[in-house]
Design a binder for this molecule. Structure first.
Ligand SMILES: [Zn+2]
Length: 84
């Protein structure tokens, strides 16, 4: 598994984008990321608060992949088996 980040910045979106974290529509400010993941060029948009939530979540689980809308807006990832 490889991950190379190309861009990661807050942008103002002119078109509507779907947040890959919560699945809701983003208007206005978004966190834009461009990266190469296992040889594939990818881009995605997130709400600023969702990006922050992701940063605060356990990345070990995020490597497994997740679906748009799997999490709640601005909420950290919650995993059923993550009781520590
Ligand atoms: Zn979101």
């Amino acid at each position: 598994m490889s991950y190379t980040e190309l861009q990661n910045k807050a942008v103002t979106v002119r078109k509507e984008h779907r947040c890959v974290w919560c699945g809701e529509t983003i208007e206005g400010q978004a966190q834009y990321r461009a990266y190469v993941f296992d040889g594939d060029f990818m881009t995605d948009y997130m709400h600023l608060e969702c990006y922050e939530a992701m940063a605060n979540s356990d990345s070990e689980y995020l490597w497994e992949g997740f679906d748009a809308g799997q999490f709640s807006r601005g909420r950290e990832a919650e995993w059923e088996d993550s009781d520590e």
